[in-house]
Design a protein around this ligand. Structure first.
Ligand code: SAH
Ligand code: SF4
Length: 363
């Protein structure tokens, strides 16, 4: 028999059934879950939000993930790669504004030329910021040598979402070929850890064919993998992708949003000292979606610093927000929003994952 909500949230270890129960909470029980997550956040990572200036480096991708708007086979996308100066300008902005960290994200390309290009970019980024800026990469699966070189050149965190921990579902949302194997995803996460990165992962919530049981298993996966950082958010359909065909069978957007919030809250209680992002996809469904995420356990926000003229070409999904706001407007808007959510901005602080620091014995 399932215990009542107070008994469950007073524990920090949940079993599958308890997670399922929490994912299904409504009304007063849901409110209690969110309140507990907020308390755990304050007590363990504090009410600070850390900025990671997001630079969408390139939409050139060698993969064909069935959910993603910039997949290789989408011929409607105008492909771009930022020039080094454009990246460095964005980095300078982040540095001058005391953001303390940036994320370099883009399509997956595996070639010696790409490895070198990113490596030299990393070296330049470190040079112009006196080695002070914290760099996160999110450039897909790469071989170990590449990951090592990028780490040595200055990157310290890496985001690679597992997308779903259900291997069958994974094979339904990706082509079944050697480039899109679940096993490789896991191997990549392991290599990232071996190379000494702070390792980030996450999932999409509300994929076609996904069940609430899958979501409970996703949380168990993130816990058992002992992940340092999490970025998760609702799946949002894109009309130029194969999964669009299943749009009528999806949970409605509010359900996907609500489940994403609950996933964040449950994760905060399960993994007290990790970093959790309030993702842009949350905001594309609810105008104050990121603030809501900050209220239930998230502590990272990624203001978009990609030069405006490229943003409309980096549409992973429909209704992506903030594609017409200059970095300054975006910063001002976020400042107000974060204050409103009862948090402060950790200007000038890296805000590294405490979980990583404990795991590796730094603290
Ligand atoms: N190419 C890299 C980084 C860019 S994609 C990679 O795949 O890791 C970053 C993330 O965007 C993906 O991990 C995926 O979870 C998310 N994403 C892609 N398409 C999406 C969609 N339709 N809805 C919501 N999130 C999506
Ligand atoms: Fe490429 Fe990443 Fe999109 Fe997959 S999710 S198609 S790897 S950009």
């Amino acid at each position: 028999m399932i215990k009542n909500i107070d008994t469950i949230i007073s524990k920090s270890e949940f079993n599958f059934k308890e997670i399922l129960y929490l994912l299904k909470t409504e009304g007063e029980e849901r409110r209690k879950l969110f309140q507990k997550a907020d308390e755990i956040k304050s007590a363990n990572v504090g009410n600070k939000v850390y900025f990671r200036g997001l630079i969408e480096y390139s939409n050139i991708c060698s993969k064909d993930c069935y959910y993603c708007g910039i997949r290789k086979s989408n011929k409607n996308v105008i492909r771009y790669r930022l020039a080094a100066e454009e990246v460095l300008d964005a980095v300078k902005y982040a540095y001058e504004q005391n953001f303390a960290s940036i994320v370099l994200q883009g399509g997956e390309v595996d070639s010696p030329k790409f490895t070198e290009e990113i490596e030299s970019l990393l070296v330049k980024i470190m040079q112009i910021t006196n080695g002070e800026i914290g760099i996160t990469l999110s450039l897909g699966e790469q071989d170990k040598e590449t990951l090592r070189r990028w780490k040595n050149a200055g990157a310290k965190r890496y985001l690679l979402r597992i997308e779903t921990s259900n291997t069958y579902l994974y094979s339904k949302i990706h082509p079944v070929d050697s480039k899109h194997l679940f096993e490789n995803r896991i191997k990549s996460l392991e290599m990232l850890r071996e190379c000494g990165y702070q390792v980030g992962s996450g999932v999409m919530v509300g994929l076609p064919f996904q069940t609430i049981e899958d979501l409970a298993n996703d949380l168990i996966f993130l816990r058992d993998f002992d992940i340092d950082m999490v970025g998760l958010g609702p799946y949002i359909e894109h009309d130029q992708t194969p999964l669009y065909e299943f749009r009528d069978s999806l949970w409605d957007k509010n359900t996907r949003f609500d489940l994403s919030l609950k996933m964040i809250a449950i994760l905060r209680i399960m993994m007290k000292d990790i970093n959790i992002a309030a993702t842009t996809a949350m905001q594309s469904i609810d105008k104050i979606g990121r603030e809501k995420a900050l209220k239930v356990g998230a502590n990272i926000i990624m203001p978009n610093l990609t030069p405006l003229k490229y943003r409309e070409n980096y549409l992973l999904y429909e209704d992506k927000p903030c594609i017409d706001e200059e970095a300054d407007e975006c910063k001002n808007c976020l400042e107000a929003r974060i204050k409103f959510s009862g948090n402060q901005i950790g200007y000038g602080e890296h805000g590294d994952s405490l979980h990583f620091k404990r795991r590796t014995g730094i603290i």
